[in-house]
Design a protein around this ligand. Sequence first.
Ligand SMILES: [Zn+2]
Length: 179
Amino acid sequence: MTGRAKHPGQKKDRPRGVTSRSPGVHARGAKAAGALVCGDCGVVQHRGKWNWGAPPLVQLSKGRCPACQRVRERYPAGTLRLPAHFLAHRQEVLQLIRNVEATEKLEHPLERLMAVEDSDGCLVVTTTGVHLARRIAHKLAKRFHAKPRIRYADDEELVHVDWAPAPVTTRRRGAGGAR
Ligand SMILES: [Zn+2]
């Protein structure tokens, strides 16, 4: 019994006790005048935006950014399950994931990798933001010509990405006619 709803996309999908929310929710709650500094990673929220670097010369308060909150609660916003055939290119896959994160994190400080782990023959990649998960999915899809399945839940604050287990080596043409 987990208390999770059967219907993805509903608020009840959130496990009990978890407070992680999308960045926008936190932005609305913050004071416009001051700045909030994350005690875990040092990212600064000012005027509703999160930025890396030195905080502005305004009143500072300490708190925790949504990304670090997700890490602490072990509640990823994005989960990608890469099937075994991706692991034939393991180093390349890992490099691609790190590169995408590095680029995203610069511009969007709350979009970060949480973990990259082996589980049941898959590589499971978790992220603090749905945007990063989608970016990784699309980059992998492009590089390996494998279309991902993307599912959203919790009012699109969560995304799950996976791929069909068998590699697609042949392209069916004309099967079933026009769609
Ligand atoms: Zn933080």
